[in-house]
Design a protein around this ligand. Structure first.
Ligand code: HEC
Length: 170
């Protein structure tokens, strides 16, 4: 029993020492590669050329009379901005986005052309009417979705549609 114990102790010690040596070699190898490999790589002409290219300034200053190198940056004209879709007119917006509810009074919508349904609303002031049309509005009559559900319309387009609707209804 005591011989077994002795063997086990010895065995553990040897394993431990070997592991320590392996670790030491690993650390030494890393240190060595750091000291040698890195230096050689950084001294290499290709490496230095690559770095010089990476950190080269984007532009260069040429004085009058100086030759311009072919590597000079090419200045491209800014791309033409995409033409913005022409804004819709009041009747156009009304006929595409609002008519579904406001021509017949769907869901309690005030009918365009029926002045009686609009007098109280107009009395609130045009700014509030436009705000309700743009942001949406739930009153006693029903639910008016923001921009009539057409969130692709601009605030101005909805506002001129309100102008048109009110003009037709008073
Ligand atoms: C889905 C149906 C629906 C569509 C589409 C719709 N509306 Fe309405 N709208 C309503 C209803 C319902 C009301 C009434 C809400 C209330 O007073 O309870 C209303 C009310 C309004 C009012 C009066 C708000 C107030 O303060 O009294 C304006 C202005 C208006 N709509 C403008 C528009 C415009 C402009 C469009 C198109 C861009 C549009 N609506 C599209 C249903 C609709």
């Amino acid at each position: 029993m005591s011989r077994d114990q002795k063997f086990f102790d010895m065995y553990s010690l040897v394993i431990g020492v070997l592991a320590a040596i392996a670790l030491a070699i690993l650390v030494l190898a890393m240190k060595m590669s750091d000291l040698t490999q890195g230096v050689y790589t950084r001294d290499a002409a290709e490496y230095q050329a690559a770095v010089a290219q990476r950190i080269a300034p984007v532009g260069e200053v040429y004085l009058p009379g100086e030759e311009q190198e072919s590597s000079a940056p090419v200045v491209r004209a800014a791309a033409e901005p995409e033409p913005v879709a022409a804004a819709l007119s009041g009747p156009q917006v009304y006929n595409t986005a609002c008519i579904a509810c406001h021509s017949t009074g769907v869901g309690g919508a005030p009918v365009v052309g029926d002045a009686a349904q609009w007098t109280d609303r107009i009395a609130q002031g045009m700014d509030l009417l436009k705000q309700h049309a743009i942001e949406g509005f739930t009153g006693s009559a029903g639910f008016m979705p923001a921009k009539g559900g057409r969130i692709d319309l601009s605030d101005e387009e909805v506002a001129i549609a309100v102008d048109y609707m009110v003009g037709e209804s008073s």
